[in-house]
Design a binder for this molecule. Structure first.
Ligand code: ZN
Length: 133
C-alpha cells in the first residue's frame, strides 16, 4: 500500500536561513522555492533520492503553519507517504481505528492528499499522497 516517503516537511522561521544548513552545510540541492498563497506559506523543495525535504515558512501570522511555529517552534511538521490508491488507504486505516483529519482526499499541489491525526500515529502528523500517473 505505501510506496515510499514522498517528502518530509520542516517548519522554519526563514527559508534563506534554513538553506544555509540544508543546502550549504548538508549540501542538498535546492530545486525551487515556491509560494503557495492558499496555504499562506513559502516552500523550498530539496530533493533527496526518491524523496524530498520541504522547508515551509509561513507568510502570514494567521496561517496554520504560523500557529504551529508559535506553539511548537521550528522542527518536523509532517511526513508524507505515497500510496497507490488513497481512497483504499483511507478506508483501510479508518477500519483499523486510525483517526483521519481528512476523511476524503483533497487536491494538493502534486496530487490528491489526506492527513492522518498525529494522536493515532504516536505524535507524528502523516500525510498520504496519491500522485497522478
Ligand atoms: Zn506535505
Amino acid at each position: 500500500m505505501i510506496k515510499k516517503i514522498d517528502h518530509i516537511a520542516i517548519v522554519v522561521h526563514n527559508i534563506e536561513e534554513a538553506l544555509q544548513v540544508y543546502e550549504g552545510a548538508l549540501g542538498l540541492e535546492l530545486a525551487e522555492v515556491k509560494e503557495v498563497p492558499e496555504q499562506a506559506v513559502r516552500i523550498a523543495f530539496l530533493p533527496i533520492g526518491e524523496s524530498e525535504i520541504e522547508l515551509v515558512e509561513p507568510l502570514t501570522a494567521e496561517s496554520g503553519i504560523a500557529r504551529f511555529l508559535e506553539k511548537r517552534g521550528e522542527g518536523l511538521h509532517h511526513i508524507c507517504l505515497e500510496v497507490d490508491d488513497i481512497e483504499a488507504a483511507l478506508q483501510d486505516l479508518a477500519a483499523q481505528g486510525i483517526r483521519l483529519i481528512d476523511k476524503q482526499p483533497r487536491q494538493g499541489a502534486h496530487g490528491r492528499v489526506a492527513f492522518l491525526h498525529p494522536k493515532s500515529a504516536h505524535g507524528v502528523l502523516i500525510e498520504l499522497i496519491e500522485k497522478p500517473r
